[in-house]
Design a protein around this ligand. Structure first.
Ligand code: PEP
Ligand code: MG
Length: 594
């Protein structure tokens, strides 16, 4: 069947890196290698085991060679992904599982590898957590490489994959080694059949600002080289062979977005201040060191939230104090940032890491999560705290504790920090004794006792993602109740207002770092509430800054007063849309009824 029949075929996937790319397809396909399943005699087992060990060595050598060829510092930053693959290849449990299967079943190495990896993958399939699912993908990359070596003697890397002119890469999947080897200067965009927001390709695409859509069904089997394709990383769609009209529409959209981004980037360095002089700091939420360049370029004054879970995810074993320290020191030494808020481990609930053993819980969102786990596993907590303290000698780090529900947890966390300080002092290791200590306000109880909590800490950071989940009783990952997610719900507004007032009454600063911080529609309300800082995905900063600079604090306060009179989140949203469309006609579409 000719692929030419696909005109204007739209595939829906997950937009993982913002922007629109338009160009010719370059298909990166390898085809699956059929494996030969052979029963062998007992005395042949040793030969198969040797074959397996040689293949593993060969694969490690190949990956090391790829690391050596990385063209520049930008790409070298991502080589930790290759290191993770090398670690899996050298993992005793993995190697011994295959060897034992060869011996127990008397089968050849490829077959034994296939059995072991299928078993691993099926256990990964059964978890809902997207991070963990992606780690299953890592095992698959390693499997593919080993099978190629076992069957063909070498892995057909995309070494010297020549890209003539700029193209859009379409693939079933891209392994980190693939992505790293590609000359990214020649790539307009990516789209793949599989993958998620947290897959390595998505992370690299975001860090390098290349539009990308992953999980786009069977796109790699629908296109051929030189087809034209549009990748819309915001809408999460790919359009194969678009018609002239669609092409025109997207080219216009692309140039509009580019112009808008250029205009926004000009604003990135400007002060975050309303027309009548109200200042609200604008920070970035990050997960990786690789995001440092972006947050600087997009005008973050500091890091409002560094989610440290990724440090645990990118390692098979628990990260050591040195692993943590290296990362926090790097952040601390970034002179462009006025402050860096390191949130301590927040796993459990919708976040999961394999190196920490967690009990099976019926309702993990309300279970042994975040600070509750850290207080139980003090050793784990101290490793992280000591490294943050050590790195605090190099720059303005702050400590932020997630999921606090009451004052005892705050006091216990402070005691543990004090113990860490004493241990470091005994060893004469320098740290900042005045390091700022804050807590997330994301469990409703903490809003209600914010007057009491505020005298215990230096700052609050309101996590609306969880605060909305727990207040409105809506699981944040459940699509069936997502319609109930209403940041402007009167209950949420009251809670934030009360928290800010209580904090300010005892000179405690308040930040807000949930997703709503990056949604410009809500900016006037966040200004009105008098927050000291908002922190968001770095790409959202310039637009939000533009809105802040176009507002008057006095007007925002009047608007909030009006909004507080309303009964529902829907009414509030409507009123906000109406007002914003009036004030910023180029930024907000009139989508309300007069
Ligand atoms: C929040 O809950 O609002 C928050 C910022 O933290 P996370 O999304 O990591 O739970
Ligand atoms: Mg949270």
């Amino acid at each position: 069947m000719s692929n030419d029949i696909f005109t204007n075929k739209i595939l829906k996937g997950i937009g993982v890196s913002s922007g629109i790319a338009y160009g010719k397809v370059r298909l990166l396909e390898r085809g699956k290698i059929p494996i030969n399943k052979r029963s062998i005699k007992k005395e042949q087992c040793d030969k198969e085991i040797l074959k397996l060990k040689n293949a593993i060595k060969h694969a490690v050598d190949e990956l090391n060679a790829i690391k050596q060829t990385l063209p520049d510092d930008e790409m070298r930053k991502h080589s930790f992904i290759i290191d993770a693959h090398i670690l899996i290849l050298q993992d005793d449990f993995f190697i011994n599982s295959v060897i034992n299967t060869i011996k127990a079943d008397n089968i050849n190495a490829e077959w034994a590898l296939d059995i072991v990896v299928s078993r691993f993958l099926s256990s990964f399939e059964n978890v809902d957590d997207p991070y963990l699912k992606e780690r299953g993908q890592d095992i698959k990359y390693i499997y593919d490489r080993l099978v190629r070596i076992l069957v063909k003697g070498k892995s057909s890397d995309i070494n010297n994959f020549n890209l003539s002119g700029k193209v859009i890469i379409v693939a079933h999947d891209l392994s980190p080694a693939d992505t790293i080897q590609l000359n990214l200067n020649n790539i307009y965009g990516f789209t793949t059949d599989v993958g998620g927001r947290t897959s390595h390709t998505s992370i690299v695409a975001r860090a390098l600002e290349i539009p990308a859509v992953v999980g786009a069904g069977n796109i790699s089997s629908l296109v051929k080289n030189n087809d034209t394709i549009i990748v819309d990383g915001d809408e999460g769609i790919a359009i194969i062979n678009p018609t002239k009209d669609i092409k025109k529409e997207y080219i216009a959209k692309q140039s509009h977005l580019k112009a808008q981004r250029r205009e926004f980037l000009k604003l990135a360095r400007l002060k975050s201040e309303t027309r009548d002089g109200f200042k609200m700091r604008v920070g970035a939420n990050i997960e990786l060191l690789a995001e440092m360049d972006i947050m600087e370029r997009y005008g973050a004054q500091g890091v409002g939230l560094y989610r440290t879970e990724y440090i645990y995810l990118s390692k098979k074993q628990l990260p050591t104090e040195e692993d943590h320290y290296h990362i926090y020191k790097n952040l601390a030494e970034n002179k462009a940032m006025e402050y860096i808020t390191i949130r301590t481990l927040d796993i459990g609930g919708d976040k999961f890491v394999s190196s920490v053993k967690m009990p099976v819980e019926i309702n993990p969102a309300m279970g042994l999560r975040a600070i509750r786990l850290c207080i139980k596993e003090v050793g784990l907590f101290k490793t992280q705290l000591k490294s943050i303290l050590r790195a605090s000698a190099f720059g303005p780090l702050k400590i932020l504790i997630p999921m606090i529900s009451g004052i005892d947890e705050v006091r216990r966390a402070k005691e543990i920090i004090k113990e860490c300080m004493e241990e470091l002092s005994l060893k004469r290791i320098p740290f900042n004794r005045q390091i700022k200590f804050g807590i997330m306000i994301e469990v409703p109880s903490t809003c209600m006792i914010s007057d009491k909590l505020s005298s215990e800490v230096d700052f609050f950071s309101i996590g609306t993602n969880d605060l909305i989940q727990y207040t409105l009783a809506i699981d944040r990952g459940n699509e069936y109740v997502s319609y109930l997610y209403e940041p402007m719900h009167p209950a949420i507004l009251k809670m934030i207002k009360q928290t800010v007032e209580n904090a300010h009454a005892s000179n405690t600063e308040v930040a807000l770092c949930g997703e709503i911080a990056g949604e410009a529609l809500y900016t006037p309300i966040l200004v009105a509430l008098g927050l000291d800082e908002i922190s968001m995905n770095a790409y959202a900063i310039p637009r939000v800054k533009k809105i802040i600079r176009g507002l008057d604090h006095s007007y925002c306060k009047e608007l909030l007063q009006e909004i507080m009179k309303n009964d529902s989140g829907k009414e509030n949203n409507l009123l906000l849309r109406k007002e914003m469309a009036k004030m910023f006609p180029n930024d907000f579409i009139k989508c309300y009824e007069e």
